[in-house]
Design a protein around this ligand. Structure first.
Ligand SMILES: NC(=O)c1ccc[n+]([C@@H]2O[C@H](COP(=O)([O-])OP(=O)(O)OC[C@H]3O[C@@H](n4cnc5c(N)ncnc54)[C@H](OP(=O)(O)O)[C@@H]3O)[C@@H](O)[C@H]2O)c1
Length: 304
């Protein structure tokens, strides 16, 4: 029996990629695989060798690179580098599209829109939510925000790199979502790593602990379906404490901090969580449930 591979849609619209670090290389490879005539530029020119061997064109200058295609996808290390690199092109980018896929802050994304407007560049800000190995997979999420017109017109090209999601006209949204989602990832990883170090202080191996922690406990306690059902409560600031109060949770956090100290394990992380819960109690949320720490986080934002 023969198996049929899903066919990859082929494109004929030219694209330029500027920046061939690990992520830029993955973007260039995905675009090449889908048939886009590809022009590339990178400060360290040799990084383009394997792409050129597969049919990409190597530009000798950024101006030549952006002139080769109506759309340039850039993936440099930061916004400062973007300004340095593209300001060398004079007006070669004018009237063309620049899709920025490097990470940054909302403030930087807003400033980039002003920079692009001054140069008559159609600009779209984006963020990549997957590692280089998953670029090109139709399920790999790429976030975009800013000009819906640019997003809609070039959606097919964006689909060659992953699953493009448009978040709204505020250009800072893509990088803001990106950092928020990364924060969730780091906080979850740190929870698992610290807990593993805690039981490790009694010579329990990471593998043995993972069976229970990740096999049964984690899905039951931080089940995404449960959190999804609680999201409306956050919008309404509705924190009924009938099944457990902030005071009770503060006790649990104090136990974790004290146990960490007793066991000789780093106690900064549980100490910080305890401080946040203490602030919630001090603010009158003691009889509400744990989700009321959201009010403490928001208050920090208002005070900014
Ligand atoms: N890698 C990932 O897993 C991942 C995942 C999601 C998002 N991202 C984001 O994607 C962006 C690119 O990441 P990356 O992993 O490819 O590596 P990176 O180290 O962030 O960026 C490397 C690229 O920046 C260029 N560059 C750095 N300084 C430069 C300068 N002064 N002038 C000109 N070019 C300069 C490098 O050129 P040379 O080759 O000449 O050094 C290379 O093309 C970052 O914003 C990152 O946050 C990365």
């Amino acid at each position: 029996m023969t198996t049929t591979q899903p066919s990859i849609r082929r494109h004929s619209n030219p694209v330029t990629v500027v920046g061939l670090g690990p992520m830029g290389m993955a973007l260039a490879e995905a675009l090449l695989e889908r048939g886009h005539p590809l022009t590339v530029w990178n400060r360290t020119s040799e990084k383009a060798d394997s792409l050129v061997a597969r049919g990409a064109r190597r530009a000798v200058s950024v101006a030549e690179a952006v002139s080769a295609s109506p759309v340039t996808v850039m993936c440099l290390n930061n916004y400062e580098t973007m300004y340095g690199v593209f300001d060398s092109t004079d007006d070669a980018l004018a009237g063309r599209v620049l899709v920025n896929l490097n990470s940054g802050t909302p403030k930087e994304a807003h400033a980039a829109v002003g920079w692009a407007d001054e140069r008559n560049v159609e600009y779209l800000d984006g963020a990549i939510m997957v590692p280089p190995t998953l670029v090109g997979d139709p399920e790999s999420v790429f976030l975009y925000s800013g000009s819906q017109d640019v997003f809609d017109k070039h959606r097919a090209t964006l689909e060659s790199m992953g699953d493009p999601r448009y978040l709204g006209p505020d250009p800072g949204l893509a990088v803001l979502y990106n950092t928020a989602l990364l924060e969730m990832m780091y906080a979850t990883m740190n929870g698992w790593l610290h807990a593993t170090a805690l039981v490790g202080s009694a010579n329990v191996s990471a593998v043995k602990f993972a069976e229970l922690a990740l096999g049964g406990f984690m899905p039951a306690v931080v089940d995404p379906a449960f959190l999804l059902a609680r999201a409306p409560d956050l919008d309404k600031a509705n924190y009924p404490g009938d099944l457990g109060t902030m005071e009770m949770n503060l006790n649990a956090l104090a136990h974790i901090a004290r146990t960490s100290q007793e066991q000789g394990v780093h106690s900064g992380q549980p100490g910080l969580m305890k401080e946040i819960a203490e602030a919630a109690v001090a603010d009158g949320h003691g009889s509400r449930n744990y989700l009321a720490v959201f009010e403490i986080f928001k208050k920090g934002a208002q005070a900014r």
